[in-house]
Ligand binder design. Structure first.
Ligand SMILES: Nc1nc2c(ncn2[C@@H]2O[C@H](COP(=O)(O)OP(=O)(O)OP(=O)(O)O)[C@@H](O)[C@H]2O)c(=O)[nH]1
Ligand SMILES: [Mg+2]
Length: 487
């Protein structure tokens, strides 16, 4: 049924939908408005929000990655720069820009400072992160397929990123422990020969500590400070990352708060008002009031996850470090995504469907060696990756450098060509041509370790030309992490 609009009263859109129209309402202008409104509503419903968890231990390169991502998406979106990022390759990326974040209670990622460091005439790395912060990037693009293309040639993807001190990530496995089991695991670690020298003042004082006595805040504070000192020493002198509680290293807003004043103790004592029970209740309070809200508020509901790993620093430090890195990654990943305990299940609703493991800073080795670095990482996280795949998560492992610090340089030595790297070592004035040691492509035990160990050098970021950054495989990473959301 269809009547003349100018006179009519009734318009049948489908066989059953009957809409009563006033003739003077139904001018062309109004029809256009209605169309626009309908399109806007559709656009809005087609816009997508993606929360990307940028995960990694302290110093793994989270802040540098976020800075590089913002820089490349906002000002360097050309095919030469991001050839494997489909939306750029297909000329469909319209523009990307930072937009107001939805979380109003945490600071905004300080992109201007971070990018200034990297683009400076004497480039330097952004500072280590001291507080949680966040940033949202809106990416407007032309759609490619199906329904979207039919109704709307454009869509927007809101990409939400969170940056935080890597030390805080290490606290997550504590949620599955009670004070006694946590104490046992931390003390066994500190007592290992390679770490005990850094923890000696704390361990010696702990021997004198009587956990049965009534609460003595002063004594607890003193031992707690010694424990924090031990953690700080281990952080600065070794590559050990499993240092709990993370807030004793980077307190954020909790500087000097009593909730941080606890340490591991084996002398179990259930007496009410004993030092031990006081420590145990502080430990539980830390879990409940610090760790749980942090993860609940900021870490649940992620869609995608990037796990950055600095394998070369662990190799530099020796076999024990590599082993510790493997264990730390296992512990964190297990509880992060697919914790088996009910508590973790209640805390998170894991909906992450893609995880990228990236051996970061791969420009510390030459192009051929980068393959070995990616294989080594694959070996380190193999078990977790397998669990995730079993749970339906898509996994990829690659070697990447979000900000490049070296150039490839081939030099001749007699008949041989040597694939070197060229850059300015951190804190040095002279540029260096360096032949990196051959990295292993699988996990090495102590007995397999080469006699002279490994020496990979860290470099300052490359000076930028035309205020642009360079990268290694950042485009591959972007394609894997969000490429499918930009179709
Ligand atoms: N070559 C290279 N080095 C990098 C890269 N990203 C980070 N680095 C090095 O790693 C250091 C730590 O990087 P950050 O980005 O601060 O690491 P983070 O994970 O944010 O560390 P926290 O804030 O302490 O948790 C930098 O100071 C650089 O020396 C990269 O893409 N390439
Ligand atoms: Mg950081």
């Amino acid at each position: 049924m269809r009547r003349d609009f100018s006179e009519g009263r009734t318009l049948s859109l489908t066989g059953s939908d009957t809409v009563i129209m006033s003739p003077n309402l139904f001018s062309h202008a109004n029809l256009d408005k209605l169309k626009q409104k309908a399109q806007k509503t559709l656009h809005r419903s087609l816009d997508q929000h993606v929360k990307l968890a940028v995960t990694g231990l302290s110093g793994s390169g989270k802040t540098a990655f976020i800075t590089a991502l913002v820089k490349h998406l906002t000002t360097q979106t050309n095919k030469q720069n991001l050839p494997f990022f489909d939306v750029v390759k297909d000329d469909r990326l319209i523009a990307a820009k930072q937009v107001p974040q939805s979380a109003l209670d945490i600071p905004t990622f300080d992109y201007p400072s971070a990018i200034n460091c990297l683009l400076n005439s004497e480039p330097s790395w952004p500072e280590s992160t001291k507080r949680i912060n966040t940033l949202t990037i809106a990416i407007r693009y032309e759609t490619k397929h199906g329904l979207k293309q039919h109704v709307s040639p454009q869509s927007t993807l809101y990409l939400e990123l969170i940056d935080y001190p890597g030390e805080w990530l290490i606290d997550l496995p504590m949620l599955e422990q009670d004070y006694a089991s946590w104490s046992e695991s931390m003390l066994s670690l500190l007592e290992k020969p390679e770490y005990s020298e850094y923890a000696r003042p704390f361990l010696t004082e702990l021997e004198q500590f009587n956990s049965e006595e009534n609460i003595d805040e002063q004594a607890l504070k003193q031992l707690s400070n010694l424990y924090t000192q031990a953690l700080k020493q281990l952080k600065s002198q070794t590559q050990l990352a499993y240092l709990q509680p993370g807030r004793q290293l980077i307190p954020g807003d909790l500087e000097d708060a009593p909730i941080l004043l606890f340490f591991p103790c084996r002398e179990k004592n259930d007496k009410e008002n004993s030092q031990y029970s006081h420590l145990a209740s502080r430990f539980e309070a830390y879990k409940k009031q610090v760790i749980t809200p942090f993860y609940k508020n900021y870490f649940c509901e992620f869609d995608r996850q990037l796990v950055l790993v600095d394998v070369m620093s662990a190799l530099n430090d020796g076999p024990q470090s590599l082993l510790e890195q493997k264990h730390t990654l296992q512990a964190v990943l297990q509880s992060f995504n697919y914790g088996r305990s009910n508590l973790i299940k209640r805390l998170f609703s894991p909906k992450i469907d893609k995880v990228l493991f990236a051996a970061n800073k791969c420009d510390h080795v030459n192009g051929t060696q980068q393959v070995a670095i990616a294989q080594l990482l694959h070996d380190l996280v193999g078990e977790q990756a397998n669990d995730m795949r079993f749970n339906g998560v898509q996994i990829e492992t690659m070697a990447m450098s979000s900000v490049q610090s070296t150039l490839a340089k081939r030099i001749k030595e007699g008949d041989k060509a040597l694939d070197c790297i060229y850059g300015k070592p951190l804190n040095e004035d002279e540029w260096l041509t360096y032949l990196p040691p051959e990295p292993p492509n699988h996990f090495l035990s102590q007995s397999q370790w080469p006699t002279h160990g490994f020496e990979f050098i860290s470099f300052a970021p490359l000076p930028s030309t035309k205020s642009e950054l360079t990268h290694t495989r950042l485009d591959h990473a972007l394609q894997f992490l969000i490429g499918d959301k930009l179709q």
